[in-house]
Design a protein around this ligand. Structure first.
Ligand code: CA
Ligand code: CA
Length: 311
């Protein structure tokens, strides 16, 4: 048989095509298997995250009921009450959920620095500066914080910081109250370390009563107390705390350190609570913070913030 010269050539081409096809199919199959694996992982991650989120929501529902019941049981809020106790993490299904509650009224509300009209409140500024000094944080930072929140564009005090001080950033000052704790990171000078220190005495919550959020003497810290009362020292504060919980604030009037302090801000109960949850399900690790506002005997969720999550 005489082979046409083109025939061998054609077979050669066909072989190369087959080999190329095999190579392509093999690559595709490997990619597809990898993608399948990734999408299975993705679905299972989403499932874990969903379960973690639902566990966190269950915990918050439980604490809402807890706090509602608490307001029916007692007129005061103190650290020896059940809501303030640390609970051990408890298992749900194949996950783990833990939650801690702190009343927000033990802390200075950053939003009190300005009144409802957006004007700095000097008494609050001085109180916050005293608090910074007690914690060994530079009190000049308070000026920058005031400017971030006050509605004018005039620097407040020697260390004020309006827009011109943010020229290196791609954002401007807010000129309004804060919506969340994480916003503080944007304010000039408030670095991670400082914020960690301040977390022990400050909170960010909607301002009430024109920027005069109540401080609960049954839950607040020595430093917060001393910041309200410039004539009080640490021993006075500790002595005063030994008789907690208080049923009312009247006894303070007669104490020598009370002079010059702002008594009208004090309270023996709390109306806002921060619940922090941590849920672990499979590979999902979800941390959230909720802010509950309790008016009368009803606790409403007014803010929910995802603090962190990872797989
Ligand atoms: Ca200003
Ligand atoms: Ca301003």
């Amino acid at each position: 048989m005489i082979r046409h010269p083109n025939f061998t050539q054609q077979r050669g081409v066909a072989l190369i095509m087959v080999l190329a096809m095999v190579a392509i199919i093999a690559t595709w199959a490997a990619t597809a298997a990898y993608e399948d694996m990734i999408s299975i992982r993705r679905v299972s991650n989403l499932q874990d995250e969903l379960r973690a989120t639902m566990a966190s929501e269950s915990a918050i529902s439980l604490f809402r009921l807890y706090l509602q019941q608490d307001s029916k049981d007692t007129q005061i809020d103190s650290l020896d009450e059940e809501w303030a106790m640390d609970l051990p993490p408890f298992p749900i299904d194949e996950g783990l959920i833990s939650a801690t509650v702190q009343d927000a009224n033990r802390f200075f509300n950053v939003n009190d620095l300005v009144n409802d009209a957006g004007v700095a409140q000097q008494a609050a500024v001085l109180e916050l500066q005293r608090l910074f000094v007690l914690l060994e944080v530079d009190d000049a930072l308070v000026h920058a914080l005031v400017d971030w929140m006050d509605k004018d564009d005039v620097p407040y005090g020697a260390f004020g910081a309006e827009d011109s001080m943010y020229y290196a950033q791609d954002y401007k000052v807010k000129n309004a109250r804060l919506d969340s704790w994480s916003e503080l990171k944007l304010v000039l000078g408030f670095d991670k370390e400082i914020l960690k220190t301040l977390q022990a005495v400050l909170t960010v919550r909607p301002a009430q009563h024109n920027g005069k959020t109540a401080i609960n003497i049954n839950t607040t810290s020595v430093e917060n107390m001393m910041a309200i009362f410039p004539n009080m020292n640490a021993i006075d504060a500790e002595t005063f705390f030994e008789s907690r919980p208080y049923e009312d604030t009247s006894s303070i009037n007669d104490l020598y350190w009370a002079e010059g302090g702002n008594l009208s801000r004090l309270s023996v109960s709390s109306d806002a609570f921060m619940v922090r949850t941590h849920a672990l399900f499979g590979r999902a690790n979800v941390r959230e913070e909720y802010l509950l506002l309790r008016t009368g005997q009803v606790a409403h969720m007014i803010r929910r913030e995802r603090l962190g999550w990872q797989f």
